[in-house]
Design a binder for this molecule. Structure first.
Ligand code: BES
Ligand code: ZN
Ligand code: ZN
Length: 486
């Protein structure tokens, strides 16, 4: 994913492999498109009719241009109407996905009249080129080496791409971790990856091993890890820039495989459970990007990492465990394990007294039932904190919908023998999970993001590929930026 973004001369004087220009809905030519269409001649309209191309977002048509333009191929990119940052990011994603065979792409998409057009373009383009082909004998990695922004505006556009490329690389790193099969990402392997990230971006990383986990009374993580062959880890990132403007704690669910434990999942429901560490991957990605960008916010990133397996030592339904803050939990369903490891992660975060804790977790199937595969659930104990995260997510183009934390629902997780149980009834299951987590954050402003749906994109579209999406990384980076400016 090493694409060089540079400035070039005007569309009239440049030549190359692919020329990509935007077309608005109803085939209204965007910057450069009319010029190119004129050169191709009147048959273009018939050709586009035949292709059913009208300029809607998601439509891309490749037109052979040899002999008519000094480019081999003209790519017409549908951008729809009223383009905003996110729609441009998506259009650029479609372009990125279609252009992976081209070494060189010249474009005018940055000339669309929009603040931040170039950054949105670069982010969408790079993410649209992402492929996970580690295990393909014949992988087809993108060949694209260069994107040239045609004049006018090329200089400013190329300068605006650096930060976007940093963020896209962090998202791609998170996607790689999520897409990696569980056999290749045991907790110790992910912890080693965290250490490597820390070293490369100048962030302290501290890894707790089983003996440390026991000494620190991380009873939730210990409980879930009881049935696993591979030992657990807990990773703590500490990013401490000079003169920080705020202190953000990030907690990510890191279940490297969720079999359900003794409350075993069905084979169908288990198929995608290597992605149950997407919250942790988002924290890895966010820490990497925030530190690389040098955003002046102190960040504590915490990721409990373990498998949830039904080994001989596994936690039994009915067992009682004691997470770090001392509250006791009756575990009636071992498949509701995310909240158990997060209990410890959130307690550790709260003890550090940050301004805000954000946790990310593929926590409940119920959240996915409620909001589908492309929208995450958001819960908070603090309206101001919720607004900040919602604003950051909107800028990032990641969708969340706020859900309630009704106090009277708390009785649903009352236990007969302990302080609480780890499940409520079936209806509103994502809410009981959130109410459970609230027990571990004390008075610290906290936002819980249930990403069970969008952590794994159901099909390839725009800048998303099918599978691990890295959802959350971009929201967290935007949030850090916002805290730094406050
Ligand atoms: N990791 C799952 C949640 C999940 C389901 C994520 C589907 C992504 C897609 C979580 O650990 C889980 O199994 N939750 C249970 C909770 C229930 C037992 C209260 C669920 O949602 O069914
Ligand atoms: Zn589970
Ligand atoms: Zn899980």
């Amino acid at each position: 994913m090493n694409v060089d973004f540079s400035a070039a001369g005007s569309i009239e004087t440049e030549s190359g492999e692919v020329l990509a220009v935007p077309v608005f809905e109803d085939r209204t030519w965007g910057p450069g498109a009319e010029w190119a269409a004129d050169r191709l001649g009147p048959w273009l309209a018939d050709y586009l009719d035949g292709q059913g191309f009208s300029g809607k977002l998601g439509e891309v048509v490749a037109v052979p241009a040899v002999g008519r333009l000094d480019f081999q191929t003209l790519l017409l990119i549908g951008v729809g109407t009223e383009v905003d940052d996110e729609l441009l990011r998506q259009a650029a994603g479609w372009l990125g996905g279609h252009a992976t065979k081209a070494v060189d792409v010249a474009t005018t998409l940055h000339q669309i009249d929009l603040d931040g057009a170039a950054a949105a373009f670069a982010e969408g383009f790079l993410l649209g080129q992402y492929r996970f082909d580690t295990y393909k004998s014949k992988g087809e990695p993108s060949k694209t080496e260069r994107v040239r922004f045609l004049a006018p505006g090329g200089e400013a556009a190329s300068e605006a791409c650096g930060d976007a490329a940093t963020v896209a690389a962090a998202v791609a790193m998170a996607r790689d971790l999520i897409n990696e099969p569980a056999i290749g990402k045991a907790p110790e392997v992910l912890a080693a990856k965290a250490v490597e990230i820390g070293r490369s971006v100048g962030v302290d990383v501290d890894v707790l091993e089983p003996a440390d986990i026991e000494r620190e009374h991380l009873g939730g993580l210990m409980g879930v890890a009881m049935g696993a062959h591979n030992p657990a880890r807990l990773v703590r990132f500490s990013y401490e820039p000079k003169d920080p403007k705020g202190f953000l704690a990030l907690v990510g669910k890191g279940i490297v495989f969720d079999s359900g434990g003794l409350s075993l999942k069905s084979p169908d429901n288990m198929e995608t459970m290597k992605t149950d560490m997407s919250g942790a991957a988002a924290v890895f990605g966010a820490v990497e990007a925030i530190a690389t960008l040098g955003i002046p916010v102190k960040v504590l990133g915490i990721t409990p990492l373990t498998e949830n397996m039904p080994g001989g030592g596994a936690l039994r339904p009915g067992d009682v465990i004691r997470p770090r803050n001392g509250k006791t939990v009756e575990v009636l369903n071992t498949d509701a394990e995310g909240r158990l490891v997060l209990a410890d992660g959130l307690s550790l975060a709260a003890e550090a007294e940050p301004d805000l804790i954000v946790d990310l977790a593929t926590l409940t199937g119920a959240c996915k039932v409620a909001l589908g595969s492309k929208i995450g659930g958001l819960w908070s104990n603090d309206d101001d904190a919720a607004d900040k995260v919602k604003a950051a997510a909107a800028r990032a183009g990641e969708r969340f919908w706020q859900m309630p934390l009704p106090d009277d629902y708390r009785t649903q997780i009352d236990s007969q023998i302990a302080d609480m149980k780890n499940i409520g009834d079936r209806w509103g299951g994502a809410i009981y999970a959130a109410l459970f987590l609230r027990e571990f954050v004390g008075d610290v402003p906290w936002v819980h993001l249930d990403i069970a749906g969008p952590a794994r994109w159901p099909d390839a579209e725009h800048y998303q590929s099918k599978g691990g999406s890295g959802f959350g990384v971009r929201t967290l980076v935007e949030l850090a930026r916002e805290l730094a400016e406050a």
